[in-house]
Design a protein around this ligand. Structure first.
Ligand code: PHE
Length: 420
């Protein structure tokens, strides 16, 4: 009797333990059947171009994978949520994807402020999240379930500082940044640190907030400071207008920006006033590499538009996730997290993707010139010693990276990229 009771006690403890572990694993999503991937992005707000392009890339990748038989016979199912580009809504839809849809993993967001608001929900529930394109360093610092497949802004800011000083011979820079955006505030600081570190001077710092339509006050102050270049690390919706107004005020200095300018709508807003400006970005459609050209052709055939960096990064994020699920042999959350963390030299459209100890990807950036409603490839800038770092000490988490102009992998600058 005693023995039987003891055995019963043991079995009960075991079962309860198993149940707890399942819950402790954070998700009750099934480990068999379709692989549920939550995608969240801005599909209707001020940065909806970002969310739409990324969604296209994610879906194209999932369709390719499913056509090839899925992952170990399981099909990938994308569940999409629109956060309207608002941080609080991003947190809400991610909570819904986790609790209601019981997704195995999450892809998103683009804008860093939205990723920063939603990432704590994924981390708390232990559901792996991969941001395709949020570049602010704080995003992956939220926790060990949060990853990204793009470079980070200490590097991106340095790329433009180097390009300004070395290629444009700029000594005096003005800054016009978006006060409410983590992305913009971060890039402003990183650019400033790098540019002044190289002996350059910041002649004025001006700001605005998303949705503003009149920048004449800031631009007049900038004109008076007579800068050689004007760094505007914002999103396309404001930047297009800023470019127009700068031209109207007779400002000749080029505007310089980051990946946040990348949207077809930029050209609608800024038109010819954008000629002669430069941005840093994740890839160029001009790149002659067969993998990129195949991606560009497939995407164009499907969506009838050229893929911008968001589309390419969305595509890469889904492929990296699929690769990790395959290597893990399961969608169980801790194992999937470990497999994503172990991603090495994954051949993405946007470059080789290796996840470093801080859960970021270390990759080169391209500089593109804005000319005749096109982004034209100018140069590639690589992180110094860009061999995949084995430990976090080699990772550019706090901007320790230095940029060096790489003479390699340069697509022909003459190749014109149609409007995208
Ligand atoms: N890097 C931007 C951010 O973190 C988002 C972005 C990426 C926008 C790529 C356009 C292209 O907010």
């Amino acid at each position: 009797m005693k023995r039987t009771l003891f055995a019963l006690f043991l079995i009960t403890t075991l079962l309860v333990g198993l149940a707890c572990e399942r819950r402790g694993g954070g998700t009750t999503a099934s480990d068999t059947g379709p692989i549920l991937v939550g995608y969240y992005g801005d599909l209707s707000g001020r940065t909806s171009s970002f969310g739409q392009s990324t969604k296209n890339g994610v879906e194209m990748a999932a369709d390719e994978l499913n056509k090839a038989g899925g992952i170990d016979g399981r099909t990938i199912q994308i569940i999409t949520e629109d956060d309207q580009g608002e941080p609080n809504k991003a947190a809400t839809v991610v909570t819904k994807l986790i609790n209601q849809d019981k997704v195995h993993a999450i892809l998103g967001e683009v804008a860093s402020s939205n990723s920063l608001a939603a990432a704590p929900k994924a981390q708390e529930a232990k559901v792996p999240m991969i941001s395709p394109s949020s570049t602010n360093p704080a995003v992956t610092q939220v926790g060990d379930y949060i990853f990204r497949v793009c470079f980070i802004d200490p590097f991106q800011g340095e790329v433009m500082a180097k390009f300004s000083a070395n290629n444009l011979k700029a000594k005096r820079a003005a800054i016009l940044y978006d006060f409410n955006s983590d992305y913009s505030r971060g890039l402003f600081q990183f650019f400033k640190r790098s540019f002044t570190g190289m002996g350059g001077q910041i002649v004025t710092e001006q700001s605005y907030t998303q949705g503003d339509r009149d920048f004449s006050g800031q631009l007049t102050a900038i004109r008076s400071a007579s800068p050689d270049v004007i760094y505007v690390p914002g999103y396309y919706g404001e930047v297009g207008v800023i470019s127009n107004q700068a031209k109207q005020l007779g400002i000749k200095a080029p505007l310089l920006g980051g990946d946040g300018w990348d949207a077809p709508q930029l050209w609608e807003l800024g038109g010819a006033s954008l000629n002669g400006n430069y941005i840093s970005n994740h890839y160029s459609v001009d790149d002659p590499s067969p993998a990129i050209q195949k991606f560009v052709a497939d995407y164009k055939a499907r969506f009838n538009i050229l893929p911008d960096a968001l589309a390419a990064l969305g595509y890469d994020s889904m492929k990296v996730l699929a690769d990790a699920i395959k290597r893990a042999g399961t969608t169980e959350s801790a194992k999937l997290r470990d497999a994503i963390a172990q991603t090495r030299d994954f051949p993405g459209v946007t470059g080789k993707i290796t996840i470093d100890g801080d859960r970021n990807a270390v990759k080169p950036a391209v500089v593109l010139k804005l000319q005749d409603l096109k982004f034209v490839y100018e140069t590639t800038i690589s992180p110094e010693g860009s061999a995949p770092p084995a430990t976090s000490s080699a990772a550019p988490a706090s901007g320790a990276t230095t940029a060096a102009t790489a003479g390699t992998a340069a697509p022909p600058a003459k190749a014109a990229s149609p409007t995208n």
